[in-house]
Design a protein around this ligand. Structure first.
Ligand SMILES: *Cc1c(COP(=O)(O)O)cnc(C)c1O
Length: 381
């Protein structure tokens, strides 16, 4: 593969040096270390939130947040285009996933579909900013405030995406992030939660620390799990956070290069990143126009054989609501046994989408070569 969407994070000697310095000074290496406190302080400073809680994964972040907000049987609105981890966290927290359609050529909720799906049992809206593209705006926040629905942002892929409303993951009530290897801040495995709510922060911190109550200064008042991050990972996180903006600048260059080269094809458009905002350039989402002879999936399969591994290929280009383990829900009374619910906008987007990587391992030279291959396939005889 000369283009690979699978991102193996590069660590610079400077980052390794900084990590080692932090660990040499550390009082402890567990999740109770002062290194964790420093990491959390740096996160809440960078993202400008009152609380940051480091946890062991993005899925743990979602699970702990959902358990804090919902009761078993509550409905959780979740986009048809997301990742299996988002849906699994809802199930593990005892919620019922209710899928909603996205708005046209966007990962934001379709306001009409989302409104139609609200019932007396709807407790949470999850937004998922796929490939770093924004998934929330002030209309969505307004609707949720009015209907007393808590917003949990799954911002695992949009670390550093910014707009006039603030960073993605700080606009709703709770933001969940992953620091898995593929993400922009990479600690191998890991995640964190951001919130401005004292109540949510205390509950989430207690749950992720085996039920330890900060308020009482002891265990035994509530239950929980051990979802703590270790000081090893947090030390890497501190160094990674410090280079996040530089990393995004490098990705912006690669994204711009892809766009300049690919716009020569009359068959390619690009998903809009909003004006007056910064896309973290997790990946570039291209939209094939209606006249093209391939679907996004067919093109991705062809490109794979040419040494170009895209996220379109890796994710098999399916909407999550169609995964076998998600289809099961449609037998529930909630869906009146209808297992053929259509999500027209999400389906259209998925059919036409080609997702190209912009990470540090993708060279400008490789982008030139890959773009030529893509144009040849689309515009060629
Ligand atoms: C990576 C990711 C997760 C899960 O994060 P893990 O750290 O792998 O558990 C959740 N949601 C989205 C959108 C992701 O990309």
């Amino acid at each position: 593969m000369f283009i690979d969407c699978v991102y193996k994070a590069l660590r610079t000697p400077k980052e390794i040096q900084k990590t080692l310095e932090i660990l040499t000074e550390a009082d402890m290496l567990s999740g109770d270390s002062s290194v964790i406190q420093l990491y959390e302080k740096n996160l809440s400073y960078y993202f400008n939130t009152k609380h940051a809680i480091a946890v062991s994964s993005g899925t743990a972040a979602l699970h702990a947040s959902l358990l804090t907000v919902i009761e078993p049987g509550d409905e959780v609105l979740v986009p048809a285009i997301c990742v299996p981890m988002t849906v699994s966290a809802i199930l593990q927290a005892g919620g019922i996933p209710v899928f909603y359609d996205s708005s046209i050529n966007s990962f934001k909720p379709c306001l009409k579909d989302f409104n139609d799906k609200i019932t007396a049992k709807t407790r949470v809206l999850i937004t998922v900013s796929m490939w770093g593209y924004r998934a929330i705006d002030s209309d969505i926040v307004g609707t949720c405030r009015q209907k007393n629905i808590t917003i949990i942002e799954d911002a695992a892929q949009s670390t550093g995406t910014d707009s006039l409303l603030g960073y993605e993951g700080t606009i709703g009530d709770i933001g969940c992030f992953s620091t898995h290897e593929f993400k922009l801040i990479s600690t191998g495995e890991g995640g964190f939660i951001l919130t401005n709510s004292d109540e949510y922060a205390e509950k989430i911190r207690s749950f992720t620390h085996i039920g330890f109550s900060q308020h009482h200064g002891s265990f035994g008042y509530t239950d929980g799990l051990n979802y703590k991050l270790s000081a090893f990972q947090a030390a890497v996180g501190i160094a990674q956070l410090a280079s996040l903006d530089i990393k995004i600048q490098g990705r912006e260059k690669r994204k711009a290069k892809w766009k300049i080269l690919l716009q020569q094809s009359k068959y390619i458009d690009f998903l809009n990143s909003d004006v007056m905002s910064r896309h973290n350039c997790y990946s570039l989402v291209c939209l094939l126009n209606e006249n093209v002879k391939y679907t996004g999936k067919e093109l991705a399969n062809k490109l794979y054989t040419l040494g170009i591994n895209t996220d379109t290929y890796r994710y098999k280009n399916a909407i999550v609501s169609n995964y076998p383990y998600c289809k099961v829900f449609y037998t529930q009374p909630k869906y009146s046994g209808n297992n053929n619910i259509d999500f027209p906008n999400a389906s259209n987007l998925v059919r036409r989408m080609l997702v190209l990587p912009c990470h540090e391992r993708v060279s400008i030279e490789a982008i030139h070569k890959a773009s030529q291959n893509i144009i040849n396939l689309l515009d060629g005889a």
